[in-house]
Design a protein around this ligand. Structure first.
Ligand SMILES: C[S@@+](CC[C@H](N)C(=O)[O-])C[C@H]1O[C@@H](n2cnc3c(N)ncnc32)[C@H](O)[C@@H]1O
Length: 288
């Protein structure tokens, strides 16, 4: 399936049941969310993630944030409560129409429609925080990984990314069904049996592969935590830090197991700063 098809599907979802499509909670189908109720979930989520990062010694507030796949602005408005400026990007114009209507930020949010399979309209290193939740999973796997690299590119060195994406299905049978079901069959099942206004295909990314994509793009996966209860998918959010700008500047964070994680900055001289040598600290490996 192409990114173009994903965009058409999401545009249809945004036209018929936008608030349910961004957060598919039981009982909220057929426009049963109120905007206030939906946005309250975004505020709680962003506050939890900021506190999570704080607990790891990583401060993420102030400056510029990007909300990739912003939908109706559930998380964009929440981020605007912690950042000076927030850019929300979405592939579906119908979603953005609702996001603009529901903007509560007093002018601190800029919404951008993008149907391209990259983010070339955004400069390198322009964001202190890049946030994306419930988006990468809907993209064809190759495109999802390409967008992840783009998200790293637009993060400033030393800045953070929070990425919400399932790291697997809840059982082998479910994983096999999700991976092997032919697209036309799945699309028809979701429309006709589940009564979705348009299909939503799901793809998980295992934690090891996610860490690998991030490392190759120049980031360090500092922590991962599960959230939500879904009978099909194990949802997690990853906290990633883009490697520091200055030679010798080490990234140090508090691991959930009480030890500290550390990676050296680019071209650091481990002999000059033993604390910056990951080989000297087995705790430097990314942890759950
Ligand atoms: C499940 S909704 C999540 C919205 C929002 N992140 C939230 O959690 O409230 C997925 C959103 O991602 C958008 N999306 C899907 N593919 C995209 C892409 N390639 N670029 C930008 N947005 C995309 C969809 O239009 C939709 O608004």
């Amino acid at each position: 399936m192409s990114v173009g098809q994903v965009g058409r599907d999401w545009n249809e979802l945004g036209e018929s049941d936008p608030l349910w499509a961004v957060l598919t909670e039981p009982g909220k189908k057929n426009n049963q969310w109120s905007a206030a109720e939906l946005f309250a979930t975004g505020c709680a989520q962003v506050a939890e993630d900021i506190a999570w990062a704080d607990g790891l010694g990583i401060t993420i507030r102030g400056g510029r944030a990007l909300d990739f796949g912003c939908g109706v602005g559930r998380l964009t408005n929440a981020l605007a409560g912690h950042f000076d400026e927030v850019v929300g990007v979405d592939i579906a114009e119908s979603m953005l129409a609702h996001a603009r209507r529901l903007d509560r930020s007093g002018g601190r949010i800029r919404y951008i429609h993008n149907t391209a399979d990259d983010l070339r309209f955004l400069e390198d290193g322009g964001f202190d925080l890049v946030y994306t939740d419930r988006v990468i999973q809907h993209l064809p796997p190759k495109s999802g990984r390409a967008y992840l690299r783009e998200l790293m590119r637009v993060t400033r060195p030393g800045g953070a990314l929070i990425v919400g994406v399932p790291d697997g299905a809840t059982s082998y049978v479910r994983a096999a069904l999700a991976a092997l079901a032919p697209n036309p069959l799945l699309r028809s099942f979701q429309r006709r049996v589940l009564r979705f206004p348009a299909p939503m295909r799901m793809h998980a990314i295992g934690r090891a592969e996610f860490a690998d994509v991030m490392t190759r793009a120049g980031g360090t996966l500092c922590a991962t935590r599960p959230y939500g209860a879904d009978p099909w998918w194990r949802h997690v959010r990853h906290l990633v830090v883009k490697e520091p700008r200055h030679a010798g500047e080490a990234l140090v964070w508090a691991r959930p197991d009480g030890r500290s994680g550390a990676v050296a900055g680019p071209a650091a001289d481990p002999a000059a700063d033993p604390a910056a040598d990951p080989a000297a600290d087995p705790a430097g490996a990314p942890s759950a």
